[in-house]
Ligand binder design. Sequence first.
Ligand SMILES: [Zn+2]
Length: 165
Amino acid sequence: MEFLWSPWRQQYVTSGQAQKISGCVFCHFSHPSTPEFDAEHYILHRGQHNFVILNLYPYTTAHLMVVPYAHIAELSHVDKSVSDEMMDLAKLGQKAIGQVYQPDGYNLGMNLGSAAGAGVASHLHLHLLPRWNGDANFMTTVGETRVLPESLADTYQKLNQHFAF
Ligand SMILES: [Zn+2]
């Protein structure tokens, strides 16, 4: 379980370029932006209070996260409108993943606080990832990096159309 939801790292690689983000990585993606920015950073959808983004260090293919725009750590401090939309977007995500990947199951949850395994403990986020029978066996690990059967760009392309509305 310890690396089920791998922590985000401050430095990540996208489009062959290493980028360093100062401050909260989720706040970095929260700000209104262009469709090009969203595509480059695998942001699948922007709702009224939350956005949906692929985890750059997925445990399984199509591991996504629903993230409030607001920098809030405590679930109990979040407005009902925000948490309601988080769950609505998780439902939408499950539907999208189901149509594209037909998994055997899903994990849906939050790691609240670094003691619980949160990589970005100061900014709430909800994980959703598909599971397949025996997936822990067929995916090999190299260090901390799991080897996935498809690229993030492919996953993004497959899921994106299901979030276009
Ligand atoms: Zn933040």
